[in-house]
Design a protein around this ligand. Structure first.
Ligand SMILES: NC(=O)c1ccc[n+]([C@@H]2O[C@H](COP(=O)([O-])OP(=O)(O)OC[C@H]3O[C@@H](n4cnc5c(N)ncnc54)[C@H](O)[C@@H]3O)[C@@H](O)[C@H]2O)c1
Length: 395
């Protein structure tokens, strides 16, 4: 049998989210060979290389020049995405990028064109849509069990200004709740219900926030998160289904995630699409609501018996990278494709644009995403062994 040709991969951006990506890419997927890490601040890259046993620390230029590196995972802040993705595509690398794809639609279109021209893959987070919760819901919907989908309601709340006391990047562009967290709900809705044809919304800004946690912030420091920190809107899907979205960053931090899909024969409730293990509950007429077993792997269960908070908080992040690596080897489209990432961005920016103008905003883009095959799980032997879930990424 021909030996598996692993995809030599480098990570650019060694901040908070790199912890889960690097450790999962190192330990979880047979298809990935993580050979290098890179950061604008070399100390960050050195720290992560030592912590997770990555062989090399490289500059972005060294990665670009290294012909053996095929795939770059971009974990820089959103306002840097365009520059890093463009440079790596021009260097002939396939790129996976964290959300959101870019800051503007023009940048996104340019990068999609560039990837097409060069015959390169460009994959876009969030890969929570490939997790057990969303994929189980997808299997139920596709089975016809809840009939035709008529509508969907999603809601998430946080005190985003208070969170920005600790997570300083939330004070900048892209820090507002709809961009930081709402994008998970948009991505999950489209993964389940397909492309959107038009959107409309109302929005409200974040308040000016005065620092309250003085140990972390100078007394008197204040900031206002830019953009709409509260968005209430509607989506019309190409299928005819309608959805209501409520992303409120101007309230308290006790999160209440709502994700309900209404069909002609039943109703599904999903857990938080920002995680991999969100529950799936089914309501049918004349029956109690029941929680369904997961039909898929990648349910967020850490592949270690000594998980720390990074494992528990971030679960199986990185499966989108592995799925794309298999797609590269197999010459087929990847699921969290550039078209999928761009469509989610267009919905998000369309909601902002509608809130600003009072007009409905038609979508110009579309995408296709095949469901992952069911029946493959992350663990076996009473969770003692790694399971066969990676095989579901090969199909
Ligand atoms: N923190 C989270 O909980 C979280 C969760 C999901 C997704 N994300 C996404 O992951 C990405 C990174 O987020 P984070 O929280 O890790 O940010 P972070 O600020 O903790 O880390 C970003 C890192 O990128 C480096 N960097 C910045 N510009 C660079 C450049 N031009 N070249 C190389 N390195 C550069 C910084 O030095 C820093 O080490 C963002 O797109 C964010 O939306 C974050």
């Amino acid at each position: 049998m021909e030996a598996l040709k692993k995809v030599r991969t480098a990570v650019i951006g060694c901040g908070m989210i790199s912890n889960i990506y690097i450790r999962n890419l190192k330990r979880m997927f047979a298809i990935i060979d993580l050979v290098a890490v890179c950061d604008r601040n070399p100390e960050n890259a050195k720290r992560q290389a030592v912590a997770y046993g990555v062989p090399r620390v490289m500059t972005q230029e060294e990665i670009a020049a290294d012909e053996s590196i095929e795939l770059v995972v971009n974990l820089t802040p959103a306002f840097v995405h365009y520059d890093v993705i463009k440079a790596m595509l021009l260097a002939g690398k396939h790129v996976w990028t964290e959300k959101v794809m870019t800051n503007t639609l023009e940048q996104g279109r340019e990068l999609m064109r560039l990837a097409e021209e060069k015959g390169l893959y460009l994959g876009v987070a969030p890969d929570t849509v490939l997790g057990a919760g969303v994929q189980t819901a997808k299997a139920i919907i596709d089975s016809g069990m809840i009939g035709d989908i008529t509508s969907c309601v999603v809601s998430i709340n946080r005190n985003q200004s208070l969170n920005a006391e600790t997570f300083r990047f939330l004070r900048g562009e892209g820090g507002a709740l709809p961009h930081d967290v709402g994008i998970y709900y948009i991505a999950a809705m489209t993964a389940l219900l397909g492309p959107v044809s038009e959107v409309q919304a109302f929005g409200a800004p974040a308040p000016v926030h005065e620092a309250q946690i003085f140990s972390a912030n100078p007394v008197g420091e204040s900031w206002q998160i830019p953009g709409n920190n509260l968005l209430v809107g509607s989506l019309k899907f190409a299928s005819g289904a309608l959805a209501m979205v409520h992303f409120n960053g101007n309230t308290i931090g006790a999160e209440k995630s709502v994700f309900t899909v209404y069909g002609t024969r039943g109703i599904l409730s999903l857990g938080d699409p920002n995680t991999f293990n969100g529950y799936v509950r089914l309501s049918l007429p004349e029956a109690e609501e029941v929680e369904l077993p997961m039909t898929h792997g990648f349910d967020g269960t850490p592949p270690t018996d000594q998980p720390d908070w990074v494992d528990l908080a971030y679960g199986h992040r990185g499966i989108g990278v592995a799925e794309m690596a298999w797609a590269i080897r197999q010459g087929r489209p990847n699921r969290c494709s550039k078209e999928f990432g761009f469509h989610a961005l267009e919905i998000l920016l369309g909601l902002d644009a509608s809130a600003a103008t009072g007009q409905r905003v038609p979508m110009t883009s579309t995408f296709e995403m095949r469901a992952l095959p069911a029946g493959y799980y992350s663990t076996n032997g009473g969770s003692a062994l790694r399971g066969d879930a990676e095989r579901s990424l090969m199909a």
